[in-house]
Design a protein around this ligand. Structure first.
Ligand SMILES: NC(=O)c1ccc[n+]([C@@H]2O[C@H](COP(=O)([O-])OP(=O)(O)OC[C@H]3O[C@@H](n4cnc5c(N)ncnc54)[C@H](O)[C@@H]3O)[C@@H](O)[C@H]2O)c1
Length: 254
């Protein structure tokens, strides 16, 4: 059976992926702030390096897959923490583990979002894609817009994945992304503790075309499918898992 690593595996979607892979008989190494095999804070470079070194130490022969899932929602202040954790936390661990996943010709599944299609700030996304953490952080803190910090971060992560799909494949690593819509997790509970954000969030949740919110297992099952070696022809793709929301909002874009 396989050996996988995940960040943000202690809660929500990440915990759902951990359960799913364990039920399939795989071993999974969890990185999170608490309740994890490796406790590390991905908002700082020190924490990111600790996560990479810890994973390598626990899986010396390489990984069959990696899922950078840790993330925070639009309620977090300062808003630049969203960029640091959701974008740079993911990107640094992906790059740090590339060779390790290549050792076993494995796959990575990035966690994007339906909001990646809603970003408005090209300059912020460009700074993220240029890898300029301090410039991106300065730009987004000036805008002080949690929605853009989140959506732009997910847009940049998704573009980065598609830009690098080819060179990762050449190195022996398959990249894909899942773009979830509204999933019931502690992240959304925290957002909905704010009365203004609650209104917007709950209106979005109520408009999911399939008539229900997503569940962590909806994402877990798709992540397991994309990680599986039988999916070896699927590369560089973005799978919207959103109960039909993206089709409703952007029927002619695919
Ligand atoms: N819930 C949704 O509707 C939704 C939709 C689209 C995308 N996503 C994405 O899915 C991923 C998981 O979100 P979730 O809804 O399961 O949230 P969650 O809050 O349930 O889980 C997120 C996990 O990330 C960890 N984390 C947060 N900051 C961290 C840090 N600095 N260092 C290390 N770990 C940290 C948390 O401790 C937590 O265990 C995130 O990337 C999120 O952006 C969620």
């Amino acid at each position: 059976m396989g050996i996988y690593a995940i960040t943000g595996g202690a809660s929500g979607i990440g915990a759902g992926i951990v359960d799913w892979l364990q039920q399939d008989g795989h071993r999974i190494i969890v990185v999170d702030l608490h309740n994890a095999d490796i406790e590390a804070d991905l908002s700082s470079d020190q924490g990111r390096q600790q996560a990479i070194a810890g994973i390598k130490a626990l899986a010396p022969d390489g990984l069959d897959g990696f899922i950078p899932c840790a993330g925070v929602g639009v309620n977090i202040k300062p808003v630049s923490l969203i960029s640091r954790i959701n974008y740079f936390g993911a990107l640094t661990t992906i790059e740090g583990l590339k060779g390790h996943v290549a050792k076993r010709h494995g796959a990575m599944v990035l966690i994007s979002s339906i909001s990646a299609t809603m970003s408005q700030s090209g300059a912020y996304v460009e700074a993220l894609l240029a890898g300029d953490e301090e410039q991106a952080v300065a730009l987004i803190d000036e805008l002080a817009d949690g929605n853009e910090a989140y959506a732009g971060g997910k847009r940049a992560l998704t573009c980065w994945m598609r830009q690098h799909s080819g060179d990762y494949l050449a190195a022996g690593v398959r990249l894909n992304a899942i773009a979830p819509g509204y999933i019931s997790t502690p992240l959304n509970e925290k957002i909905e503790a704010d009365p203004t954000l609650r209104k917007v969030n709950q209106a979005f949740a109520a408009s999911v075309p399939v008539g229900r919110s997503g569940r962590p297992e909806d994402i877990a099952h798709a992540a397991a499918f994309l990680l599986d070696s039988n999916s070896s022809f699927i590369a560089g793709t973005v799978l919207f898992l959103d109960g039909g929301h993206d089709a409703l909002l952007r029927p002619n874009d695919f």
